[in-house]
Design a protein around this ligand. Structure first.
Ligand code: AMP
Ligand code: MG
Length: 329
């Protein structure tokens, strides 16, 4: 069995993520600095905007009736003409007719509300990782009736989701409901390999994946969780949904997003979870919130009914949830 590469949605998503990944790598090679800080104080770069403009334009060409729920909008960009010029210059390498006004309009295609069928995009998940030259991902998912049907991650710094230490061209990771999770090099060679979560069933040997940024999680509770489960290895710090791909490939068993003590009411953004959640499930893993509830993609741009995220290889899920409960996470 394989991904159905004749399916128009799958073909579009693979192509869009591959091209957006190329675009952001070009920006990283030529110019990397935060363009400005958004109102929520998170950084955004030329690459975030260029990536969203490109994917939104490709979606509009391919599925003009499908809404896009993307992370970025053009409001601040319109006031920064030199940044907008830079964004337009990078987008033009892929779409020669791009103009500043068209780029802003394409970015704002991503301001749609979730509908019965919609796409959700994180043009760069892990912008802080991107700025450090660490892990980041382009994440695109198709959601229908609240269920993720297709999820694609472009991970330029993840050389091979099978062998994370191997220095290659980066990884494209794709999951389609009922068709499994697959990876192929990002450079366009279609050598697909199936990903499966690890078979480990004892927690002492488990490898735990967490956000690189301590401000996105609760480091004290991670320590308690590690102690309670007797996990020996040091937690692996990694930005973005690249860690969902690592879990899917069997190079980790547990993945946690705990609520930061400074933002206890934080709700996950759908574009930070949609693609990665299907990548984990179709590889045989489990993903829920910290209370064991399934992620509910019917509540708008954020997961209003969920608190945090716990993902696992499947076998360790019940044990990990019980430990979460005991530490009061
Ligand atoms: P990660 O590198 O796994 O922490 O994921 C990066 C994502 O974390 C970004 O795309 C943000 O949307 C999200 N994020 C930002 N602030 C927080 C926060 N306080 N708690 C949890 N996630 C956050
Ligand atoms: Mg993100």
């Amino acid at each position: 069995m394989m991904l159905n590469l004749d399916n128009p949605e799958i073909r579009f998503a693979l192509e869009a993520v591959r091209r957006a990944s190329q675009l952001v790598q070009t920006v990283q090679a030529e110019l990397v600095s935060p363009a400005f800080t958004k109102d929520d104080r998170s950084p955004v770069t030329v690459a975030d905007f260029a990536s969203q403009a490109l994917v939104a334009h490709l979606l509009d060409e391919t599925f003009p009736d499908d809404p896009l729920v993307g992370e970025e909008d053009s409001r601040k960009l319109r006031q920064e003409s030199s940044t907008l010029e830079q964004v337009t210059g990078f987008v033009r390498r892929f779409i020669p007719e791009a103009t500043p006004e068209a780029v802003c309009a394409w970015i704002d295609h991503g301001s749609a509300a979730p509908a019965r069928r919609f796409w959700t995009l994180d043009p760069i998940d892990g912008t802080k990782g991107f700025l450090r030259s660490d892990q980041y991902a382009v994440a695109l998912a198709l959601v229908i009736d609240g269920a993720v049907q297709l999820g694609v991650l472009g991970c330029p710094k993840l050389s091979d989701a099978h062998r994370p230490d191997y220095d290659g061209p980066g990884s494209l990771v794709a999951a389609a409901r009922g068709q499994g999770t697959w990876t192929s090099p990002l450079d366009g060679e279609q050598h697909w390999q199936r990903l499966c979560t690890s078979g480990l069933d004892n927690t002492s040997q488990a490898r735990l994946l967490r956000s690189f940024e301590s401000g996105h999680t609760n480091v004290g509770q991670i320590d308690e969780f590690v102690q309670l489960l007797g996990i020996q290895a040091e937690p692996v710090r990694m930005d973005s949904q690249a860690k969902y791909a690592v879990l899917a490939a069997g190079h980790g068993e547990l993945l946690v997003r705990l609520l930061s003590p400074s933002q206890p009411d934080y709700r996950e953004k759908i574009w930070d979870q949609a693609a990665g959640s299907l990548v984990i499930q179709e590889a045989g893993g489990s993903i829920t919130d910290l209370d064991g509830r399934p992620l509910d993609f019917t509540t708008g741009r954020t997961l209003e009914h969920n608190r945090g995220v716990l993902a696992s290889n499947g076998r360790l899920h019940a044990t990990a949830l019980a430990a979460m409960k005991r530490i009061g996470a």
